[in-house]
Ligand binder design. Structure first.
Ligand SMILES: [Zn+2]
Ligand SMILES: [Zn+2]
Length: 200
């Protein structure tokens, strides 16, 4: 489902059969109730056919596969071949995390601090007015509140790429999913973003 060569997730497209989707084209990520081990997430994504489709992704694929910790393989960047997972990429990711770097992060507005996250904490995503940045609604793993940030596509797409400065909506969002969706859409296009430094 996750392709390390292209850094895209593979889903079914009713128009074209297959869709290759980058994380910033996800629009909604929700954990399905019930299946806890492994957890399964239902996503909706904007497809290159112009439509929006649903897809399913396991917790491992969503959070770990982009770090090379997927299904026992990793991409050898020197040879561009998939090698058995033994060390390098997983080891490198582990060492960077131990050194205080985090693959993904966001700024929690109620707590006024940056926090590390994984893609499963992205709850809603939408292209911003300028099209080059992405609005993200994140459920904070620390305090469980919802914050909305404005970040670059790379901040979402590339592990260990964290924007130095990001936009933060100065608004405490409703924890209820449906209400948060409405508020998110409203706030995202109101352009009331304040910038925050994101060094963890
Ligand atoms: Zn499609
Ligand atoms: Zn928080």
């Amino acid at each position: 489902m996750y392709d390390l060569f292209t850094t895209r997730y593979e889903f079914a497209c009713p128009e074209r059969g297959e869709a290759s989707v980058a994380l910033p084209s996800f629009r909604r990520i929700e954990q399905l109730p019930g299946a806890a081990h492994p957890a399964v997430y239902e996503v909706s994504f904007d497809c290159s056919c112009g439509g929006r489709h649903p897809g399913l992704v396991s917790h491992d694929e969503l959070d770990w596969a982009p770090l090379g910790l997927g299904e026992g393989v990793f991409l050898n960047l020197m040879t561009a071949k998939l090698d058995p997972l033994e060390d390098e990429l997983a080891d490198l990711a582990a060492r960077r995390i131990q050194a205080g770097e985090w693959p993904w992060s966001f700024f929690c507005y109620p707590e006024e601090r940056p926090r590390p996250i994984f893609p499963s904490s992205f709850f809603l995503l939408a292209p911003a007015n300028d099209r080059s940045s992405v609005g993200i609604a994140v459920r904070c793993p620390g305090c469980d509140s919802v914050s909305v940030n404005l970040v670059s596509a790379e901040h979402v797409d590339l592990p260990f790429h964290n924007d130095a400065e990001i936009g933060v909506v100065e608004h405490v969002f409703h924890a209820d999913a449906e209400r948060a969706v409405e508020e998110f859409t409203g706030e995202l296009y109101s352009a009331r973003f304040d910038s925050r430094r994101l060094s963890l």
